[in-house]
Design a protein around this ligand. Structure first.
Ligand SMILES: NC(=O)c1ccc[n+]([C@@H]2O[C@H](COP(=O)([O-])OP(=O)(O)OC[C@H]3O[C@@H](n4cnc5c(N)ncnc54)[C@H](O)[C@@H]3O)[C@@H](O)[C@H]2O)c1
Ligand SMILES: [Fe+2]
Length: 383
């Protein structure tokens, strides 16, 4: 027996931001990031649409990439002052995820961060506010996921908070918000979405529901990501990537992920590398490691007109190169001595990461270390 959880309503298509004016509520807090939503007019437009709906707004700006526990706690104080009945995450996933975590502490002031990092322990939300997610990157699919990733900067670890409670009530998937993404962010976030599909498709909890979404989304990303990378001004291509990212979010939120994410959470927590870029570096070698435990990669290869798991790994490498992503952490610029210093801790934390449990093959500590090391230097994994 299994369940499949997605937002109650998903509005999609260019211009779907307009649906904000149909919302019901008294006071919204909009949580947003470093300024792109303001710069490109979407913050102001959202406030105007909410005003049309008779909803007052307060704005919490400046959520950083890979938001910290401290940022979340500062946001909760703001929520407590403003007392919203609607929380709107607007922007990249970092802003939306910070808003999700703020929501938990707004509803449960006595909860601790340590408590809520335990999977599926968050108590029922929606006693004080409902949640609307409006992404501006086509990557994490957080608008449709039961996940929020928050970084403990003191420990250098990214914690995925996982609970069906965190699935937004409403997702607005409007490709117009993604048009302004620079090419490197388009590439990184697009490869993140692809990694969600690929990991969900072979995960222990994959189902016919999640497979259908992941397979369609893989096809779409291979087709549309190079186009979005070359010329991000085409709204049709942007909307296709935005939809693919949301479908990938629905797939992985229900099937969960694998060790691409377990490793990326550690590398991203210790070093400054965009999440999707880390995933893109890891993915081909994780396919090679996992293929001994699943033959489902053949279906992904066939979707691209190829045959084997190795063909699929090579297609991933081709796409990665096509969108300007390095083939190793070393080539990206991470320092070898710092890497070696942190390696054992990263290996242990990756083994303990919640995403490892649903990977189709359980790595030993030695195998996990081998994957880390091969991806550092750009060598093919053979274990
Ligand atoms: N919640 C989930 O389900 C989930 C899943 C996977 C990863 N994550 C986490 O999400 C975070 C990454 O989120 P992200 O990839 O969306 O990136 P992000 O939110 O960190 O944004 C990346 C950069 O792009 C800018 N940006 C965003 N939208 C833009 C636009 N339309 N135009 C111009 N600039 C824009 C941001 O200001 C930022 O500088 C990581 O912390 C990762 O671990 C969450
Ligand atoms: Fe991800």
């Amino acid at each position: 027996m299994a369940a499949f959880t997605v937002p109650r309503q998903t509005f999609h298509g260019p211009g779907s931001l307009e649906n904000l004016k149909e919302l019901k509520g008294k006071k919204a807090v909009i949580v947003t990031g470093g300024g792109s939503m303001k710069r490109f007019g979407f913050l102001e437009k959202s406030m105007a649409l909410l005003a049309d709906a008779g909803i007052a707004t307060a704005v919490l700006e400046g959520v950083e990439a890979d938001p910290s526990v401290e940022t979340v706690m500062r946001g909760v104080e703001f929520f407590n002052r403003e007392n919203p009945d609607l929380i709107i995450g607007l922007g990249g996933c970092s802003a939306i995820d910070a808003a999700k975590a703020m929501w938990v502490f707004y509803e449960y002031p006595n909860a601790t961060f340590e408590e809520i990092t335990q999977p599926f322990t968050i108590q029922p939300l929606r006693n004080k506010a409902r949640f609307v997610a409006i992404p501006s990157t086509s990557g994490t699919g957080t608008e449709a996921t039961c996940v929020a990733v928050i970084t403990d900067t003191k420990k250098g670890i990214k914690y995925p908070l996982v609970s069906y409670e965190l699935c937004p009530d409403i997702a607005i998937v409007d490709g117009e918000l993604a048009v302004s993404m620079p090419a490197n962010v388009t590439a990184d976030t697009g490869m993140d979405a692809l990694s969600h599909d690929v990991e969900a498709f072979v995960a222990a909890l994959a189902s016919p529901y999640t497979d259908a979404l992941a397979l369609d989304s893989v096809r779409s990303i291979f087709d549309n990501l190079p186009k979005a990378y070359d010329d991000g001004s085409q709204i049709g291509v942007r909307q296709a990537m935005h939809d693919a990212s949301c479908l990938a979010g629905m797939a992985f939120s229900n099937a969960i992920l694998g060790i691409v994410h377990s490793i990326a959470h550690q590398v991203g927590g210790m070093f400054n590398i965009p999440h999707g870029r880390a995933n893109a570096i890891l993915m081909p070698n994780v396919v090679r490691f996992n293929r001994r435990a699943t033959d489902k990669y053949r279906q992904l290869a066939q979707a691209l007109g190829k045959e084997t798991a190795e063909d699929f790994a090579q297609e991933l490498e081709r796409l990665r190169q096509r969108v300007g992503i390095e083939d190793s952490f070393q080539a990206y610029g991470l320092a070898a001595d710092a890497w070696q210093d942190k390696l054992d801790a990263m290996v242990q934390n990756a083994l303990a990461d919640p995403c490892t449990g649903t990977n189709p093959r359980q790595p030993s500590a030695g195998e996990m270390k081998e994957i880390f090391q091969c991806c550092f230097v750009g060598k093919i994994v053979d274990c």
